[in-house]
Design a protein around this ligand. Structure first.
Ligand code: SAH
Length: 460
């Protein structure tokens, strides 16, 4: 992050604007809207700009910039079309430790103006740190069209009620829930319809009713998919954004955690191979205990919670305790990795069934129904098999699978840095020596692996 967006209160603060043309005019209109005391300095100042500054009680200095102009300023904005002047003012201002913006020159600036969507008091700022103004414009158009103008009024009414709600509903979780309910339901509809008095009345009724309702907790068992945040479901995202607590493990990457509610508490429960930070029983206890306190707990799991995810054990425990829960399916590693690596798991000609197999070692052994696994026309997807793959390959060979059976290993599937390595059952040792095969890794065994080359797949 090269810039931190801060909302600055400029009311009655001195701001120097160097330049008197159209670009200066655009910046001036923003600065006066924020209540700044703007001094404009330029040999010629366009009439529209001069009128605006006059109307807001600013100063017009119709002469070239002088070094003393920057004394006592809070912010300096440079908007001339003379690169030499722009540079000089920027250097002088920076040397004095002032905030300075040179329009369209992020390199010479230490602050930049983000694009804004103004629904005052609600403001949305977008910035690409100067890298792509067009991208910012496109995004802004998208957001502009999806946020009704009355959102500002919604914020005003919420602001009026804030103190009262705070006094009335003491526990923060109860307050938060009250606001979520109010801002997503009839109250918002009434404000958007312009019926503000009715909205106020409705809010008062809801506030009296909220008092008598005990806050009840819940657990969401959410499948977060194999890593690419775009593979989350809408439901997963919604619950991630309303949960008070996020309980996650190693399979859940930063890109996904970033989409959770910012102020939610995060509890890491580990779960790498042979590095169980919290034993399963303790995870069960944490989930139940938090929900009993009235919190909404999002247990984020890699892939799908019910595929090698011990989701079944977690809900069993919750059921015993009488704690309400929801399960949200996710894209399991097999689907995600196969799609991103270009390997169809089934195919009319090559595989009529697919089997998901857990390859973890127990006491140095893998116990699997080998005879069933070597059947023709079946794709095997091996989870947790990076370490045990040589053992599994030896067993499959011993039970009659042909040595030339294609094998693919997909590491960090769907994520940046996804690595796909292919070979055959009798070259597994060699495949495993290829670079980039770090956990999590999934193995696919079957003729469908060859389709990857036939389809000329390119890695996304
Ligand atoms: N519930 C998960 C599986 C958990 S078991 C799911 O449905 O996907 C953990 C195993 O999943 C890992 O050992 C690895 O084999 C596989 N896995 C999970 N995410 C993966 C990814 N992004 N790329 C490759 N394999 C992955």
């Amino acid at each position: 992050m090269d810039y931190l967006p801060l909302a600055v209160r400029l009311k009655d603060q001195a701001v120097l604007l160097v330049g008197g043309g159209q670009i200066a005019l655009r910046k001036a209109s923003l600065l006066v809207r924020a209540g700044a005391l703007v001094s404009v300095v330029a040999p010629t100042i366009e009439a529209e700009l001069a009128q605006m500054i006059d109307a807001y009680g600013g100063r017009l200095l119709r002469r070239p910039f002088e070094e003393s102009d920057i004394a006592d300023q809070r912010l300096v904005v440079v908007a001339t079309d003379d690169a030499v002047i722009n540079q000089r003012v920027a250097q002088l201002a920076q040397a004095r430790g002032l905030y300075v913006n040179v329009v369209d020159h992020p390199d010479a600036s230490n602050v930049i103006f983000p694009a804004i969507i103004d629904r005052s008091p609600l403001l949305i700022a977008i910035s690409s740190a100067g890298t792509s103004p067009v991208l910012v414009r496109l995004l802004r158009a998208r957001i502009e069209s999806s946020i009704p103008a009355a959102y500002g009024r919604l914020a005003v009414l919420a602001g009026e009620l804030r103190q009262q709600v705070k006094e009335h509903l003491r526990p923060i979780t109860q307050r938060r829930r009250f606001w979520e309910h109010l801002l997503q339901g009839r109250f918002a509809e009434l404000v958007w319809a312009g019926q503000e008095d009715a909205a106020r009345l409705y809010a008062q009724e809801q506030l009296s009713a909220a008092d008598s309702l005990p806050a009840s907790g819940e657990v969401y068992l959410v499948g977060a998919g194999p890593g690419d945040p775009d593979l989350l479901t809408f439901k997963a995202l919604r619950l991630m954004q309303q949960a008070d607590v996020i309980v996650y493990d190693r399979l859940v990457g930063a890109g996904i955690l970033d989409l959770c509610r910012r102020d939610a508490e995060r509890i890491y429960v580990g779960k790498a191979r042979s590095n169980h930070t919290l034993p399963q029983e303790d995870i069960n206890t944490v989930l139940a205990e938090r929900a009993r306190r009235g919190q909404r707990v999002c247990r984020l799991k890699g892939g799908d919670p019910f595929i090698f995810g011990r989701g079944g054990e977690e809900i069993e425990h919750l059921m015993e305790q009488g704690i309400p829960f929801q399960v949200v399916p996710g894209i399991t590693a097999a689907s995600g990795c196969a799609a991103y690596a270009g390997i169809p798991l089934t195919h009319r000609d090559h595989a009529q069934s697919v089997r998901f197999v857990a390859g973890f070692l127990r006491d140095g052994r893998v116990d699997l129904p080998w005879a069933e696994l070597v059947q023709e026309g079946q794709t095997l997807v091996l989870y947790m098999a990076l370490v045990s793959l040589p053992l599994i390959a030896a067993q499959l060979l011993a039970h009659g699978m042909r040595p030339s059976m294609p094998v693919a290993l997909i590491a960090r599937g769907t994520q940046r840095g996804q690595t796909v390595v292919t070979g055959t059952l009798d070259t597994v040792e060699h495949i495993l020596q290829q670079p980039g095969l770090t956990a999590p890794t999934l193995a696919i065994v079957g003729d469908v692996v060859l389709l990857r080359e036939r389809l000329h797949w390119y890695s996304s």
